[in-house]
Design a protein around this ligand. Structure first.
Ligand code: Q46
Ligand code: ZN
Length: 332
């Protein structure tokens, strides 16, 4: 048996997809990922013609892969097989989380990527908006680092997109992430989180649409894309991730996938087809009805003051009281 051949052009293959009987040469592999993303976006109605999108970039493989795919698609000529996603290469927005060296390296990586391709990049510093970077914010109270980080990302990306007039924020969540979040939500039977776990969260007054074009693309595929496309990305994990349950779920699913190739995708796809629509029917209206504008910032929230503003107020109060040095709350 000779060397494996690319399934598209019959040249020698360099990328063999685990669990799938396909292999590609470098250009056809990039084409394959771009096609998959284009299809996911079209089927999910993630972007409508003429809309402005911004890509949330972290410096990791997923978000840089996504940004590259979208920038390339916008430049592809109209006869290319991939349907055009955007009229112009999209801007990126980088959220500086204030996590020491890790954030500094991530920012440099994103800036280099943007500069080399002539893509517009915005930077939002969490410390400026929240009053402290993620590590300090986590030390100040009831939420874990990843808890404050997640809510700050959602809040600040939305605020940025609203202020700049973007129609949609695109994020680099991949299939491995989505399946791990799904497993976590199922283990807790968190029905409200399950209802909200969709590739597209439609916009409404005060909330910009959010979409995840990589929901069908695995982490392995985005890493391979970056290697083949020559994209330099931050390989190290965020130092605050330690002890994060998400990583445990991800690891469990990766081990399952080794034994039963395709199971992760079947798990996630089955949920989106079978269970999520039922939850939306049952719980959708009810959860929309409970939203009102935050008394401080106006963002839609279920309470009087949104979670982001509550953390910011807590930080400000501590600073006023002059105690910034409380130990990390265990297991928070
Ligand atoms: S960046 Fe933020 Fe992640 Fe770091 S603090 Fe946790 S949530 S692990 S994607
Ligand atoms: Zn608020």
């Amino acid at each position: 048996r000779g060397p494996r051949r690319c399934v598209r052009c019959r040249q020698p293959a360099v990328v063999e997809l685990p669990g799938q009987r396909t292999a590609f040469c470098p250009p056809c592999y990039l084409h394959h990922v771009r096609q998959k993303v284009a299809r996911t976006m079209a089927e999910g109605h993630m972007l409508r013609r003429g809309e402005r999108a911004v890509v949330a970039v972290s410096g990791g493989k997923d978000s840089l892969c996504l940004w590259d795919v979208l920038a390339t698609a916008a430049e592809a000529d109209a006869t290319d097989e991939a349907p055009p996603l955007l009229e112009a290469p999209p801007a990126g927005v980088y959220l500086d989380l204030g996590i020491g060296e890790y954030s500094a390296r991530s920012r440099e990586t994103v800036e280099r990527f943007a500069e080399a391709r002539g893509l517009p990049l915005h930077v939002v510093a969490v410390a400026e908006e929240l009053g402290a970077g993620i590590p300090e914010a986590a030390r100040s109270g009831a939420r874990s680092a990843c808890g404050v980080c997640g809510l700050s990302k959602r809040h600040l990306l939305n605020r940025f997109a609203l202020a700049e007039g973007y129609d949609v924020v695109l994020t680099g969540h991949n299939l491995d992430d989505e399946a791990a979040v799904l497993l976590g939500n199922v283990l807790q039977w968190d029905l409200e989180q399950l209802r909200r776990q969709r590739p597209v969260l439609e916009g409404r007054p005060g909330l910009v649409r959010r979409a995840k074009p990589l929901v069908r693309t695995t982490e392995w595929e985005t890493a391979a894309y970056c290697v083949v496309a020559g994209i330099d990305y931050v390989v190290e994990e965020c130092p605050m991730a330690e002890g994060n349950r998400h990583l445990v779920y991800k690891d469990l699913l990766a081990r399952l996938e080794d034994r039963a190739p395709g199971i992760r995708s079947a798990f996630h796809r089955g949920f989106l087809r079978r269970l999520q629509p039922l939850l939306e029917d049952q719980l959708g209206e009810q959860s929309l009805a409970g939203l009102q504008p935050c008394a401080r910032c106006g963002a839609p929230t279920t309470g009087e003051v949104c979670a982001f503003c509550r953390v910011a107020e807590r930080l400000a109060a501590r600073r006023e009281a002059g105690d910034g040095a409380e130990p990390l709350s265990a297991g928070a």
